[in-house]
Design a protein around this ligand. Structure first.
Ligand SMILES: Cc1cc2nc3c(=O)[nH]c(=O)nc-3n(C[C@H](O)[C@H](O)[C@H](O)COP(=O)(O)OP(=O)(O)OC[C@H]3O[C@@H](n4cnc5c(N)ncnc54)[C@H](O)[C@@H]3O)c2cc1C
Length: 494
């Protein structure tokens, strides 16, 4: 632990433990800590468990996300300092570090936002065991738009169908007001020598987001609030969100709030109240409602994670379905690297690889392809997303994956995305696939979606050779989906 120039730490002090709530606005834990009227200190730990390698050989937290976290913590540190609170930043074991801080700084209360998935809950439990009994752990629920106590169901009774959840919540629940930023007169003044680690200190290679990216994401509350202002009030893109949200290319087809929401750089309640402001001042329409609707999906998956606990990380999913997945490493590698021979899949996987982001449309297609065409262990796909996505959130990622794999909530029948139809519906001009795949960029737009359908004559006409400039398909789309369907239905019958 770093050496501090410590002044007057004999008083009882209060600690705010930041994890996925990296903001000052609408932050209940911070609000509660300040309102104790005691001196306040803050901490963020880059927990070493999050920076290990997975059993598949790639980092659990890859460079894109780690960079986004670094930027967010740096911004939090600056913003906290501007209100007189020091943020201590460490890398290591959360429980050990926080216990030491409590001893060194005479901490009597720890305020924090509770998590809802296993690894994170385990840290809270271990902390409780290790802390001196005089230290009070004060967790609040703050991840969702609707407070977990304000939804009209007990968690065990949460509907397995989103529509049933949505209708009742819309009819019976209210979004709470924002927590205001309190003023603090902090007496805890000392020289804070801790620093936000670099990527290499976290054991990760440096990385830059490709300049082909739809957006150059930068972490932190300040950037998050700028993005909201840009999307809502500068460009008024919110007014067309419902029409554009399924697109794949462009900065403003969707809000791009996800990464900031995942780390809590922006509060879902704040977004909601800004939607209401937009509706009263500018325009209220289907699109403004639809962003709220998507935030409800986010809430739903957070609550599903609470209801089903560790099942969201299990291969058999929420309903213990014993689907015989395969562990075909070569095909998995091709999927990861965007070398499957299907431009819609490969372009999306390239976007992920080069930027740490992918549209919702893309995610649904690549997840369906991995699980319904290749029949590969869905947890592998989820772990690859976990490693790469800057907006990775345990509940959103694993529950969406389980859903796409057919082992999530509402698993009733074999549903899959028809990749060729999806390509025609969402990228009819081939603009998106040509943006990401150099091998097909000289093909005419109408031919770029399905290079495997080009005759030998067409290939020579366009100076293109399948298997040289671009990959041959690794699977027959129709046959593979039929085979997977048989396996799936057999399990569903039993
Ligand atoms: C296989 C798969 C994995 C996913 N993994 C993640 C993940 O790790 N983290 C994550 O935030 N989202 C995840 N999503 C959901 C969704 O793809 C992203 O939230 C969305 O693409 C982010 O872009 P946006 O912020 O522009 O979304 P917008 O369309 O602008 O939506 C607004 C917000 O609503 C929420 N939202 C929208 N759709 C969903 C959804 N299906 N599930 C949960 N929240 C949603 C997000 O917080 C998003 O920022 C996943 C989806 C799939 C199919």
């Amino acid at each position: 632990m770093a050496v501090f120039l410590v002044f007057n730490f004999m008083e009882n002090n209060v600690l705010v433990w930041f994890r996925n709530d990296l903001r000052l606005h609408d932050n209940e834990a911070l609000f509660n800590a300040i309102n104790t009227q005691k001196p306040v200190l803050a901490v963020y730990v880059f927990d070493e468990n999050q920076y290990k390698n997975t059993n598949l050989g790639f980092p659990k937290t890859g460079s894109f996300r780690a960079q986004f976290i670094i930027e967010s913590v740096q911004n939090l540190k600056e913003n906290l300092k501007s209100i007189g609170i020091e943020l201590l930043v460490y890398k290591g074991k959360s429980v050990e570090i926080i216990t030491n801080i409590c001893n060194d700084f005479n901490i009597t209360e720890i305020h924090y936002q509770q998590e809802n998935t296993d690894e994170e809950i385990q840290v809270e439990k271990n902390l409780l065991k290790t802390l001196h009994p005089s230290v009070k752990l004060k967790g609040i629920w703050g991840k969702t738009l609707f407070h977990i106590h304000d939804i009209p169901f007990s968690i065990n009774q949460l509907p397995e169908l989103f529509t049933n959840f949505r209708k009742k919540v819309e009819a019976q629940s209210e979004v709470n007001k924002l927590f205001s930023n309190s003023v603090i007169n902090n007496k805890l003044v000392f020289e804070n020598k801790t620093q936000v680690p670099t990527l290499s200190e976290l054991g990760l290679p440096s990385i830059t987001i490709s300049n082909k990216a739809v957006i150059q994401f930068k972490g932190g509350e300040t950037e998050a609030l700028n993005r909201l202002n840009h999307y809502f009030f500068e460009t008024k893109s919110l007014a067309t969100y419902k029409i554009t949200r399924n697109e794949m290319l462009g900065a403003n087809y969707s809000s791009k709030f996800s990464a900031w929401l995942a780390l809590g750089c922006i509060s879902p309640r704040f977004i909601y109240h800004q939607i209401k402001l937009f509706e009263s001042k500018i325009e209220s329409n289907d699109s403004t409602y639809w962003l709220f609707f998507e935030l409800l999906w986010r809430d739903y998956f957070q609550f599903i994670a609470v209801k089903h606990g560790n099942k969201i990380f299990k291969l058999t999913g929420l309903n213990d379905l014993q689907i015989p997945w395969n562990n075909h490493k070569t095909d998995f590698e091709k999927w990861k690297l965007g070398q499957t021979g299907f431009p819609l899949i490969d372009a999306n996987m390239q976007e992920l690889l080069q930027t740490g982001f992918m549209s919702n449309r893309g995610r649904q297609n690549v997840a369906s392809f991995l699980t319904k065409n290749l029949g590969i262990n869905w947890l592998w796909g989820a772990k690859w997303f976990e490693s790469l996505l800057i907006d990775y959130d345990a509940a959103s990622n694993y529950v969406n994956w389980a859903y796409q794999a057919g082992v999530g909530n509402d698993a009733r029948q074999f549903r899959y995305f028809n990749i060729e139809k999806q390509s025609l519906d969402y990228d009819p001009q081939g603009k998106y696939v040509k943006h990401w795949l150099n091998g097909i960029k000289n093909l005419p737009n109408s031919k770029a979606l399905f290079p495997y359908k080009l005759s030998v004559e067409e290939q020579s006409q366009y100076c293109f050779k399948l298997n040289e400039q671009y990959f041959e398909p690794i699977v027959n789309l129709v046959k593979s989906a039929d085979e997977q369907k048989i396996k799936y239905e057999k399990v569903m019958r039993n």
